[in-house]
Design a protein around this ligand. Structure first.
Ligand code: MSP
Length: 534
């Protein structure tokens, strides 16, 4: 058994959670549940990034106290994860006292070790990105592009972290693979960025008079900690790094390094691939103690092309200002949690972007879950009840079609495992569906309702139904990281909840023994039917 520490980005609770946030958390939840199924000891950490200028600005605009806003919106994230069945082991909210203390301890040590210095600086500052811009951030026209939002000229004293001292080390760690980055194509992007960003030091404070909503500098109370420096530390503070005596946080040595830090592509450079490893290196963590990143793409919004002659669709980013944000809670209320979880990880290649499309959500659910799997479950259980009185017989029948079912399941399981180990979640779901389709075809070609009319075929009918029920049990186990509630229902109807293996290494043909009594079929995936006008 190995340990597996999975983290996600922590979300800004300055608004409501959208499907981008939900995708990342469901992705992490599926990976965490899968690793548990592999027998690993898993710790899954997620949370909210509650400090910073964005939060303060939103609170000012809405005329509420910033702490109240953070708490109020944090509850909406918590409620959504509960609704979507996202089960984490640690909740990283950056206003937590343990986290604050940890950030302050790290600042103090870095200060004592000469990694920080104070200087005055005059330059252009992006309010949206909360960072100073350099000449290299100008576009071809010589302007700071729209992506930076409002840019103001600012002169102020601040604290700096000697990031540039770690740039050569970082380049080596990224090239050698000590610092893991998946998908591999992102590595080149990071190496390019180190050349640019590694030349300058990182401003890690904000004067309190401009930003009060942050963690106070322990040795200079006129300053608060830059939100990214604060937020990145969540990955270690909530894992028990330099925890107080008697604290119930985990043992850091047992958890670190994180095997999979799941983040979106927008926060790879510079935060997670430059600031973060350099911070860890400055804190004295070794080359073998670097985390591995899993960088996912973006859910965008499909928009009809303005030019109807083109007839093509284009995609745009989801944003509050465009008013095109998709609310995952509302989707779950309308279509069910299974449909939302399934769609979010089924219709996007991990690492690439995809366009959100509610029609696809419905189609995927209705075809792969309601029609294919739902149908297989219903038919298998109902026929077993009617033709065998619900009692299974041997599932090692030697005729060719039955052997074909066993082979199909075996190759689907192999493909599923290979895909999951590569974070290819759509590939794993396609492997599952491949076996479902095989089983449905097997029923068409060997229809028990016809065969049973011939008395000599009794043994064969019983074997066919046992193969189908056994397949359903395996499919439920394989599907459980994706659709845990549905998997439990399926196993319940098969009366296999207690005998289903907890780990994949004991998932062998023959889960449901001869004489096993199954339960009654109840629809697990009722078709989504839209009323007119919806
Ligand atoms: N607070 C920072 C992260 C700090 S981690 C130490 C942040 N927050 S965020 O709320 O803006 O984004 C949280 C996560 O959601 C990021 O990984 C981001 O990439 C992801 N997504 C935000 N919008 C997204 C989509 N439209 N699609 C997929 N994921 C996206 O950045």
């Amino acid at each position: 058994m190995s340990k597996f520490f999975i983290t996600t980005a922590i979300d800004y609770p300055n608004g409501l959670p959208h499907i981008g946030h939900a995708y990342e958390k469901v992705l992490a939840d599926v990976i965490a549940r899968y690793r548990r199924l592999c027998g690993d000891e898993v710790f899954f950490l997620t949370g909210v990034d509650q400090h910073g200028q964005k939060m303060q600005q939103t609170a000012d605009r809405e005329g509420v106290n910033v702490a109240t806003l953070a708490q109020r919106n944090t509850r909406k994230f918590l409620a959504l994860w509960e609704k979507l069945g996202v089960h984490y082991d640690g909740w990283a909210a950056t206003t937590d006292q343990n986290h604050k203390r940890c950030v302050q301890k790290i600042l103090t040590t870095l200060h004592q070790e000469g990694q920080l210095y104070k200087k005055a600086y005059r330059g252009f500052y992006s309010v949206r990105q909360e960072q100073y811009l350099t000449e290299k951030d100008r576009n071809e026209k010589g302007d700071f592009g729209e992506e930076w939002g409002e840019v103001i000229e600012l002169e102020e004293e601040n604290w700096y972290f000697k990031l540039s001292e770690h740039a050569d080390w970082l380049k080596e760690a990224v090239s050698s693979g000590d610092f893991g980055i998946f998908p591999e194509f992102r590595r080149a992007e990071v190496l390019n960025a180190i050349d640019r960003a590694g030349e300058t030091d990182l401003c890690i404070s904000r004067p309190r008079e401009r930003l009060h909503w942050g963690i106070e500098f322990p040795f200079d109370p006129d300053f608060v900690t830059y939100v990214w420096f604060d937020a990145l530390i969540n990955y270690v503070s909530f894992a028990g790094y330099r925890k107080e005596e008697g604290s119930d946080l985990p043992e850091f040595g047992n958890l670190w390094p994180a095997n999979t830090q799941i983040i979106g592509k927008d926060i790879l450079v510079p935060a997670h691939s430059i600031y973060w490893p350099c911070m860890l290196h400055a804190m004295g963590l070794g080359d073998q103690e670097m985390p591995a990143l899993l960088v996912h793409g973006w859910w965008n919004i499909r928009k009809a092309s303005g030019n109807s002659d083109e007839g093509s669709d284009t995609e745009e980013k989801m944003s509050k200002s465009l008013g095109n944000v998709v609310d995952p809670g509302e989707l779950a209320d309308r279509f069910g949690v299974d449909a939302v979880r399934y769609y979010l990880v089924r219709d996007i290649v991990t690492g690439k972007d995809s366009a959100f499309d509610v029609a696809r959500l419905i189609t995927l659910f209705n075809s792969e879950l309601a029609n294919d799997l739902g149908n297989l479950l219903n038919r298998s259980l109902n026929m077993t009840k009617r033709f065998l009185g619900g009692e299974l017989v041997s599932n090692n029948y030697d005729d060719e079609p039955c052997a074909g079912v066993r082979e199909s399941l075996s190759s689907a399981t192999t493909a599923y495992l290979a895909a999951m180990d590569e974070h290819d979640l759509p590939g794993a779901l396609k492997a599952i569906n491949g076996h479902v389709v095989h089983c449905n075809q097997f029923i068409e070609k060997n229809p028990p309702f016809e065969l049973r009319k011939d008395e000599t075929q009794g043994e064969r009918v019983a074997a066919i139904l046992s193969h189908l029920c056994e397949s359903c049990a395996h499919l439920a186990v394989l599907l459980s990281p994706f659709l845990p509630a549905a998997a439990t229902k399926i196993l319940g109807q098969l009366r296999a909840g207690d005998i289903a293996p907890r780990t994949l290494d004991s998932l062998h043909w023959g889960l449901l023994p001869s004489g096993h009594q199954i339960g009654k079929a109840k629809p697990v995936f009722p078709r989504i039917v839209l009323e007119d006008g919806q």
